[in-house]
Design a protein around this ligand. Structure first.
Ligand code: AMP
Ligand code: MG
Length: 315
């Protein structure tokens, strides 16, 4: 694949919009760093973000939208969110709020959590692109996993050329550090320091913000492990089914109750993963055997998640 470099003008935005609509990946500048965007409603498109970045785990992504009104389609809004949005959006603040049941977002975006990280970026190119697309764009930083976040289009090209459809070249990013992430749980909780200082948030709220180490942000809303794991026991690397088991297949295997990808396509398997686990969970508690999945590319993230599903429960 040749990565197209798009100009930040009407024709560039129109092209970027059509790439996103077709399930492709478009990098674009925000005021913090360049993001790697995909339509947050399309499972395969979101799976491709993890593939392009070579991320070893399905950690949750931040959804970017054009304005405050759009956020309310995806999260359960609160008065505190209203105050913060009025003070700081558009801008480098991400809010984590309960996900709406009818959000329509891919479960890969939230790593199957019941909460969603969302923000309205300020950069004019991000604004123009999001307005043109008029939908939710999941976007982590546009760098290969483990590398430095990009603040110019050339950095994105250096890291991801040939792995993504396009990058909108909007020059240099102003802030250069990631957005501040605030969880709006019982107490407002700083999950990651970033471009907006904690003091500014506290001044707007008229009260303190509690902090939580970023090493442990995901235990916040409800038990993380229980969201990884179906009720039934899970057995990995199953080459044959034991009596009473249901098989979650991968590749051309016999007798699968559901198959992540008959073609053995890891992107398709990632896109199906949470949907199939939910479907099996809803359909009883007979143990689940899972076919072997190669430990390469997206297979690493899939296996990471399946290992968590198979791990002993720490109720
Ligand atoms: P990045 O992918 O580099 O943009 O980072 C996204 C950050 O958002 C990570 O630190 C995630 O842990 C955090 N994040 C995203 N969604 C959630 C969520 N629902 N709850 C808590 N943290 C989140
Ligand atoms: Mg990053």
């Amino acid at each position: 694949m040749d990565t197209e470099i798009l100009s930040p003008d009407g024709s560039g935005y129109a092209r970027a919009e059509s790439v996103l609509r077709d399930g492709g990946l478009v990098s674009f500048p925000t005021e913090t760093v360049y993001g790697l965007g995909a339509d947050a409603r399309q499972d395969r498109a979101v799976a491709r973000i993890f593939e392009a970045k070579n991320r070893p785990t399905f950690n949750p992504l931040i959804v970017h939208v054009a304005d405050v009104a759009a956020t309310k389609r995806y999260v359960k809004w609160t008065d505190m969110a209203d105050r913060l949005a009025a003070a700081f959006w558009p801008g480098p603040l991400t809010l984590v709020l309960p996900l709406r049941d009818d959000s329509g977002l891919s479960p890969l975006v939230t790593a199957n959590l019941p909460t969603l990280a969302i923000r309205v970026p300020e950069h004019p190119v991000a604004q123009a692109l999001l307005s043109e697309f008029d939908g939710p764009v999941a976007a982590p930083s546009a760098n290969p996993s483990g590398k430095i976040s990009p603040t110019r289009a050339q950095h994105v090209i250096n890291g991801l050329s040939g792995r993504i459809e396009a990058v909108v070249d909007g020059g240099e990013c102003g802030v250069g550090v990631e957005s501040t992430i605030l969880g709006l749980f019982d107490e407002p909780t700083l999950l990651r320091p970033g471009g907006l200082p904690q003091e500014a948030i506290e001044a707007a709220l008229g009260g303190p913000v509690v902090t939580r180490s970023e090493a442990d942000p995901l235990t916040a809303p409800g038990q993380m492990l229980s969201h990884y794991a179906p009720g039934a026991a899970v057995r990995l690397n199953a080459v044959e089914i034991v009596e009473g088991e249901r098989l979650l297949g991968f590749g051309k295997v016999e007798g699968a109750t559901l198959n992540l990808s008959v073609a053995g396509d890891l992107t398709e398997a990632a896109a199906n993963l949470f949907h199939h686990l939910h479907a099996l969970d809803a359909d009883g508690d007979a143990p689940i055997a899972v076919s072997p999945i190669p430990e390469t590319g997206l297979g690493r993230a899939i296996n990471d998640r399946l290992r968590r599903a198979a791990a002993p429960r720490d109720v």
